[in-house]
Design a protein around this ligand. Structure first.
Ligand code: HEC
Ligand code: HEC
Length: 301
């Protein structure tokens, strides 16, 4: 589970960097961070129960958004991090079953939670990478919500999220970047509806909402992924200087099989099991877009 590993590793990497803080201060400062209210406008998104919308939603929560990685395929949620020193974080049960929160949310609140990382009560959702989805188009957020609303209720009451002393110390010291709402530019706008085609524009959209820029960097030139420990594989250079040597067919094969043409396997941190699920049209668009970005030396991000 690449994203989870990313979060956990951020945490572990930071432990050594922290000095001593008074316990009371730590508790107070971390509680302030955890309970801080964020604001972003509530916007209506188109929600429907037609089969094309539901199919689009089902695709987006796997191949693109990878929601199922944390919330489980049945969206009943699960504990995604449980560390004796740092704490326990559960990804919510997003159904109407026992322990589920779906019934408490309006569609506009769900859309805000997904794109801005802001929960119904205004608090920032922990660890969910909403930074990747701030530009998700209304239609796509609507399709995700439509799909989630169509799923059967799951009765699953998970142990509550709790941050333990080392987790709190790191958070208080600003060394635990687990609240995406705190770093998201909430004024950023959703993308306009886009025809799902093999255009470069659609490819850029896939690269953004598909999380490529999140790990490979805004300019896609790769390098050390911020917050990961020293022994973690850096992200590859996806600009022409890095993957220009691969043909389109080879690049597609890397994204579908997790293997390079020379047979070497990609680190599991690269979510190829999800990129493997992109449709042929999305794959073409994504590859076309990657060919158009400026060539950059490795590691500039
Ligand atoms: C890396 C793991 C991860 C991924 C991927 C992820 N989430 Fe979450 N999500 C969480 C966690 C953890 C919470 C609970 C946060 C909290 O309680 O602070 C959460 C909370 C939410 C909430 C708010 C629920 C509440 O309890 O108030 C919604 C809505 C949501 N996620 C939807 C989604 C959707 C839709 C996707 C895919 C586009 C997604 N999530 C992908 C981890 C994830
Ligand atoms: C969670 C972080 C993460 C995300 C998200 C991610 N990647 Fe990667 N990617 C990596 C890492 C790390 C490597 C290096 C793996 C290795 O060296 O074994 C990598 C390697 C690759 C490679 C292999 C290039 C080569 O030959 O070295 C390609 C191609 C690639 N990523 C494309 C993508 C695309 C396209 C997306 C978006 C759809 C994406 N990645 C999303 C982390 C990520």
């Amino acid at each position: 589970m690449p994203r989870l590993k990313r979060v956990i590793s951020v945490v572990l990497a930071s432990v050594g960097a922290i000095g001593l803080m008074a316990a009371g201060t730590v508790y107070g400062v971390s509680t302030t961070a955890l309970t801080k209210a964020y604001d972003a406008p509530l916007r209506d998104v188109p929600v429907s129960s037609d089969s094309a919308t539901l199919a689009r939603g089902a695709h987006l929560v796997t191949a693109v958004g990878k929601c199922v990685d944390c919330h489980s395929a049945d969206f009943g949620g699960k504990v995604v991090i449980d560390d004796p020193a740092l704490g326990r974080i559960r990804a919510s049960n997003l159904t109407t079953g026992r322990g589920g929160v779906l019934g408490n949310y309006t569609d506009a609140q769900l859309a805000r939670a997904i794109r801005h990382g802001i929960k119904r009560d205004g608090r920032g959702a922990l660890i969910m990478p909403s930074d990747d989805w701030i530009t998700l188009a209304d239609e796509d957020v609507g399709a995700i919500i439509s799909y989630i609303r169509s799923l059967p209720a799951v009765d699953r009451e998970l142990a509550a999220t709790v941050l333990r002393p080392i987790g709190r110390t790191l958070l208080a010291a600003g060394q635990l970047p687990i609240i995406p709402a705190a770093r998201i530019d909430h004024s950023m706008r959703a993308s306009a509806v886009m025809p799902v085609d093999s255009s470069v524009a659609y490819g850029k959209y896939m690269a953004d909402v598909g999380g490529c820029t999140g790990c490979h960097g805004p300019s896609l030139s790769g390098g050390k992924i911020p917050g990961t420990p020293p022994d973690f594989k850096p992200a590859s250079n996806l600009t022409p200087e890095g993957i220009g040597r691969l043909t389109d067919a080879q690049l597609e094969s890397v994204l579908r099989t997790g293997r390079r043409p020379d047979g070497s396997e990609l680190d599991a941190f690269m979510p190829w099991r999800y990129t493997a699920l992109l449709t042929p049209v999305e794959m073409r668009a994504l590859i076309k877009y990657l060919r158009t970005v400026d060539a950059k030396p490795y590691g500039g991000r």
